[in-house]
Write a protein that binds this ligand. Structure first.
Ligand code: ADP
Ligand code: ASP
Ligand code: MG
Length: 401
């Protein structure tokens, strides 16, 4: 018996009719004789609605309670999907993250999977059941329910596939991975395949179609991922090891992320100790930072800017209060209307001149950028969000995406 993990995202289970359609798709697979583990997200926009309710109560809700609240979304969809399968005459069981043996560690709302005790899942598979696991959640060593960060059901699915050593199929509302988000650039082209490294980079730079951690796990355990439309009608995209079929591309994709909060700390007395204090406080509050830039020293003072997720807005305020007590001269500014645009491609390792080309495209289109960072396979720019559409269209066209 072949095993498969399938994951259906929020839009694929947005209504009870859609849940029934997913159940039929699972049955088709079951009929081929395969063992099926299904991971589902919360129905439609449920997670956003739950967060919205929490925000009506508190601007900065307690993160443990937020996890407790958010985890309920997935519990609704697993129960309904299991009922739909049973209605079609197929034995199934829904399991929470905890019941599926998923243990996690880290800070609430951004936990990481530590391990999966797969025995319970295996037992139910051996009994011939379809095992339906709540995505996005686990349990920490205190026995508290945790969540894995937005979009984390992908991670649950790939981690289960890694543990079961099988392929992971991600079914969503788009028919594969495109070189640019097709919602942002309708002329984007679908990729037949993409390497783990490029997908990881694209995901972490804002391509919301896959969660970056999920691709990281797939890469580490060499688990093939197949991303396709939830009705299975069109051929999707394989995420796999880099191979010669991908070799002729210099730029594989373009991403844009609006989840950028740019923080600038002015008037920092120019001493390494002060910079260390700033980033130490940020790290202690579990805030992930991305681009960092620092001006040259002027009259003994420097300005430091960094970007982080908008989710961490309130934590940044807490950190600012602490820092102002220690470094009294500083002034802190937050900018929310920032977009990070990135170009990604393994081919850039061998090809120079991509950054120069992008600078020219920005210049020809009167787009100002604030920061630039590079990795081996990507270049990212922060720009004013008002220029996003113009930048995406100009870059996609001129880079032949
Ligand atoms: P799900 O609820 O199934 O997890 P998501 O909304 O998380 O679905 O991801 C699917 C969406 O990702 C698509 O609707 C698409 O607009 C977006 N997306 C972003 N970047 C890309 C890309 N490069 N290729 C395809 N889709 C992308
Ligand atoms: N329901 C969660 C979210 O909206 C997890 C997921 O969809 O993957 O972020
Ligand atoms: Mg998703």
């Amino acid at each position: 018996m072949a095993l498969i993990v399938q994951k259906y995202g929020g839009s694929s289970v947005g209504t009870t009719d859609k849940i029934r359609a997913v159940a039929k798709r699972i049955v088709e697979r079951k009929e081929k004789g395969d063992g099926v583990v299904v991971v589902v997200s919360a129905m439609g926009k449920t997670t956003d609605q739950l967060i919205g309710m929490a925000k009506e109560i508190s601007q900065n809700p307690n993160k443990r309670e937020l996890d407790m609240l958010m985890s309920t979304g997935e519990q609704i969809s697993i129960a309904l999907l299991s009922m739909a399968l049973q209605e079609l005459g197929y034995p199934s069981i829904s399991l929470t993250g905890f019941q599926a043996g998923i243990t996690t560690e880290g800070a609430h709302t951004k936990n990481r999977i530590k391990d999966i005790n797969i025995e319970n899942v295996k037992k139910h598979l051996e009994d011939g059941k379809v095992v339906i696991v709540a995505g996005f959640q686990g349990i920490n060593e205190d026995g508290d329910i945790t969540t894995l960060g937005r979009g984390g059901s992908d991670t649950s699915a790939v981690a289960l596939a890694a543990k079961l050593n099988c392929t992971c199929e991600i079914y969503t509302d788009v028919d594969g991975i495109y070189n640019v988000d097709p919602r942002m650039y309708p002329n984007a082209k679908k990729l037949d395949s993409i390497s783990y490294e490029e997908m990881m980079e694209m995901a972490s730079l804002g391509a919301g179609v896959m969660e970056a951690r999920a691709v990281e796990i797939a890469c580490k355990y060499n688990i093939p991922i197949y991303v396709a439309l939830n009705n299975g009608e069109k051929l999707g995209t394989y995420i796999k090891e880099y191979d010669e079929t991908m070799e002729d591309r210099i730029i594989t994709g373009l991403t844009a992320s609006d989840d950028v909060l740019m923080v600038t700390i002015n008037n920092v007395p120019y001493k390494a100790k002060n910079i260390a204090t700033i980033f130490d406080r940020i790290a202690k509050h579990n805030v992930n930072i991305d681009m960092i830039s620092q001006t040259a020293s002027l009259d003994g003072y420097v300005n430091v800017s960094f970007t982080t997720s908008k989710e961490d807005m309130y934590t940044i305020d807490e950190i600012t209060k602490e820092l102002k007590k220690e470094i009294r001269t500083i002034e802190v500014y937050k900018e929310e209307n920032i977009t990070k645009i990135s170009v990604v491609g393994i081919g850039m390792m061998k090809q120079s001149g991509v950054a120069a080309k992008v600078f020219c495209i920005f210049s020809n289109n009167d787009i100002e950028f604030k920061q630039v960072t590079t990795s081996e396979i990507s270049i990212s720019y922060t720009i004013d969000s008002k220029d996003k559409q113009k930048a995406v269209a100009a870059l996609a066209k001129e880079l032949n995406l």
